[in-house]
Design a protein around this ligand. Sequence first.
Ligand code: ADP
Length: 474
Amino acid sequence: MIKVQKITKRWLMRSFIIIVAALVAIEALVIFITKDSYYNSAQQAVKTRASVIQNTLDSYASDADLDFSERTRSLIENFSDRNRMELVAIDRNKKPMMSSSGFQPQLDSSLPDLVLALKSDSRMGESLHKSESGENVYCVTVVSPTQTGDILALRLMASLEPADRQIMRLALIYIAIGLAIVGFILLSNLVFLHSIIKPVAEVEKTARRIAGGDFDVRIDNKYNDEMGDLCDIINYMADELSQSENMKNEFISSVSHELRTPLTAIRGWGETLADDVNCNKSMRQKGLKVIVNETERLSSIVEDLLDFSKIQSGRFTIKKEKMDILAELEEALLAFSEKAKREGINIEYNEPQMLSAIEGDRNRVRQVFVNVLDNAIKYSEPDSTVKVTAKEEYGVIYVIVEDEGCGISPEDLPKIKKRFYKANHTKRGSGIGLAVVDEIVTMLGGTFEIKSQLGVGTSVTLTFPAMREEAKEE
Ligand code: ADP
């Protein structure tokens, strides 16, 4: 659950905050542009009106028949836009004289637009400022074209309050839209996150159970995406772990069995010989022979176990020196000739004229032949033949061991080189013989191939690279 919260937090920190910040920036920009456009159009309307008033004042001034002050007063009194703006006459003391509103006009003391108008050649000045009541007011002042009379200038004043109200309304709408977008993103992302978090939590729970040793648990894979791939791989991992756990258990039981059988024989014969002080010579000979044979078997099992542990820890090393491969093959054959004869198995050996030397470890190479021959005899029935062929072709030495034994099923065949794997549980064996063969042959740069047909027989092909001429001379 802690991790789940972390994903949500990370998303909040990295993506969500950025999205919100971007939205706030966009909203601020849009509100600014809206305000600018509203203010521009309101100011433009006042300015246009001021230009018209200026033209009117100019026409009054140019006509000598007209009383400028009176006409100007009448212009203010009859001002048609009084609903939208106020027209105020300013006297020569810069004090308000009269207003289109009919009330005594209130003017801010500084009158910046009047100051500008007085300085400007166009006789017009503008200013935007806050009134005493806090409203934004836009003012345009037009200076009178005549130097005579009591009127110094006319000032048009428009409150921007309606524009501000409209801008505020739009800003609220934009903010509401922004909040709706944020809410939608938040909701859709939480739904999406949940769709990840849920299977992750399921995977986590299952992985914990697997780590705790429950290899039978599997994830119900309902996902057709990367999450589905992850579930598949976890299930596959559980399959493999359960298989190797089974193999390990089988290994322990078969090794215990392997050790117990010779130990029972040794103990039995040992006790017999110890109890029976007067036993005859041939009986004693027989007992001692069994003890020696079984002790040898025990030590070969222990050797296998040691080799296996070395392979496991990466300490399995072999010497590489010039050696006669044929001599080792023949020695292994000799070691099995007695056993084969006893079990009624005929060994047919196709001996080559000569074979090149190889670079390898005599003991290890002999061990390869012993393991392969041992299997061929162990899994064969009486009256069958084990054919052993050695040959050299194009710098490669082949040793082929074919038997007519029980064979291996196509399902088991790809797995039998694995450690502890036993396809046949009726025969004694620890399941590491072929794993050791594979390791040694690979370390010598050769190959180990096994073909088999259930009920027909098995053919093992070992290859070793022959030593090159120059290397031999060295
Ligand atoms: P094991 O000690 O059980 O023989 P190996 O690693 O030598 O272990 O062999 C692994 C498995 O391969 C054996 O359990 C057996 O089922 C199968 N196998 C190996 N060689 C042969 C063969 N010549 N004929 C039939 N099955 C074989």
